[in-house]
Design a protein around this ligand. Structure first.
Ligand code: SAM
Length: 326
C-alpha cells in the first residue's frame, strides 16, 4: 500500500530477537541487563500472524534480523513457514555471519535468497575489539561458503568508523575482485553509544560515502555505470574494473534516502515502527495476547503504521540499533 507521501510500502523488517552473540560497540549497549525477558519476545506464531496481516496490505518482502537472528531458536522454521505463504516475493536475512556456515543449507531450503552479513574489518584483533570478543575466522568461513554456494545474493555490510576501519576500505572492497558478492560501505549512524559519550571514538566517527568513494578511486579504477546486484535497497553501486562483484555505498546520514523508504519494522518485543528513527510505535504484543485481539484489527493497525510513516527521519534519538533490528 502507499503511505501519505506516495511511497509504496511493502517490506517488513522483522527482529526475531534482541539477543546477539556479539556486542558490536556501535550497535548494542554493553549492558546485558537491558535484554528483554524471553516472554516479552513475540513467539514464532505471533510473528507469522503479523506477517500474514501485513500481506493483506500488499507486503511481500521480509527480512529477518535481530539481535542475531540465527541465535533465535526456531528461526529457520519460522522462515520456512513465511516462505510457504502465497505471495511472498523476497526473504532475506541480516546476520553477523558467525553461525552462517552450518545453517546455509537450511537457509536455502527455507527459501532465503539474500544474505546481508556484517563485516567491519579484516583484522582479527580489531574484530575482537569492535565486537567485544567475537572471532573473525568463522565469519570469513561463512562468507566464503555463502558466496561459493550460488543460491544467495550476498552483501557484506561495512559500517565505516573514523579511526577504526577507514584504512581498510580498499582491502574490504577488494573482496569483490574474485567473489560473487557485494561489499557495501555504510555511514555510521551517530546514535546509541556515540550519543551517550561511551567513547567509541574521540572525534565524530562518521565517514561520508563520498570520502569512501574517493578513497576507493585512488586505489582502483572504477566502473560507475553499473546497476548493482539487484534488489530495491538504498545502496548505489560501482564496480572495480574487472571485478566479479559490486561495491555499494549507503548514506543514511549525509544523503538520506527517505523518499525511497519502503519498509516498516517489527521489533522483537512486538512493536511496529514506521521509521527507524521515530519514537512512535504501535505496541502489539500485549494486545495480541489479550481476548480482544482480532486479525482484522491487526491489519488496521499495520495500515495505520504505514499511513503514519514520517516523510523524513531525524537523528535526535538515543537508542541502540540492536533494540530495533537494523
Ligand atoms: N546481527 C545481525 C548483523 O550483524 O547484521 C543483524 C542485526 S544488526 C543490528 C544489522 C545491521 O545494523 C548491521 O549491519 C550493523 O552493522 C548495522 N548497524 C548497527 N548499528 C549501526 C549504526 N549505529 N550505524 C550504522 N549501521 C549500524
Amino acid at each position: 500500500m502507499q503511505d501519505s507521501f506516495g511511497r509504496r510500502v511493502h517490506a517488513l523488517r522483522i527482529s526475531v530477537t534482541d539477543r546477539c552473540n556479539m556486542r558490536c560497540s556501535y550497535c548494542v549497549s554493553g549492558d546485558l541487563l537491558k535484554l528483554k525477558p524471553a516472554g516479552h519476545l513475540l513467539s514464532l506464531d505471533e510473528i507469522e500472524t503479523v506477517v500474514r496481516a501485513s500481506m493483506r496490505l500488499g507486503f511481500d518482502s521480509f527480512r529477518f534480523t535481530g539481535g542475531e537472528p540465527l541465535v533465535r531458536e526456531g528461526v529457520l522454521e519460522l522462515i520456512g513457514r513465511v516462505a510457504a505463504l502465497e505471495g511472498v516475493q523476497r526473504l532475506s536475512l541480516s546476520t553477523n555471519g558467525s553461525l552462517l556456515h552450518k545453517h546455509l543449507p537450511a537457509l536455502a531450503a527455507a527459501g532465503v535468497r539474500s544474505l546481508n552479513i556484517s563485516l567491519d574489518t579484516l583484522d582479527p584483533g580489531r574484530f575482537r575489539a569492535i565486537t567485544r570478543g567475537g572471532e573473525l575466522a568463522p565469519v570469513l568461513d561463512g562468507i566464503e561458503a555463502a558466496a561459493a554456494d550460488g543460491r544467495f545474493r550476498v552483501k557484506l555490510n561495512v559500517v565505516m568508523l573514523r579511526g577504526f576501519n577507514d584504512d581498510e576500505i580498499a582491502d574490504l572492497a577488494a573482496l569483490t575482485l574474485t567473489r560473487a558478492l557485494s561489499v557495501r560501505f555504510i555511514e555510521y549512524m551517530p546514535f546509541g553509544a556515540w550519543q551517550r559519550g561511551e567513547g567509541i571514538a574521540d572525534v565524530n566517527p562518521v565517514i561520508s560515502v563520498d570520502e569512501a568513494r574517493t578513497r576507493l578511486r585512488s586505489n582502483f579504477p572504477l566502473d560507475q555505470d553499473v546497476g548493482g546486484p539487484g534488489g530495491d535497497g538504498p545502496a548505489t553501486y560501482v564496480k572495480i574494473c574487472g571485478a566479479r562483484g559490486f561495491v555499494g555505498f549507503i548514506s543514511p546520514v549525509l544523503a538520506p534516502f527517505c523518499e525511497r523508504c519502503n519498509r516498516l519494522r517489527l521489533t522483537a518485543d512486538g512493536e511496529i515502527k514506521s521509521c527507524l528513527l521515530t519514537d512512535d510505535r504501535s505496541r502489539l504484543r500485549d494486545w495480541m495476547r489479550s481476548p480482544v485481539f482480532s486479525f482484522s484489527e491487526l491489519v488496521s493497525r499495520i495500515r495505520e503504521a504505514v499511513v503514519a510513516k514520517p516523510e523524513k527521519h531525524n537523528y535526535s534519538r538515543n537508542f541502540d540499533m540492536s533494540t530495533v533490528g537494523g
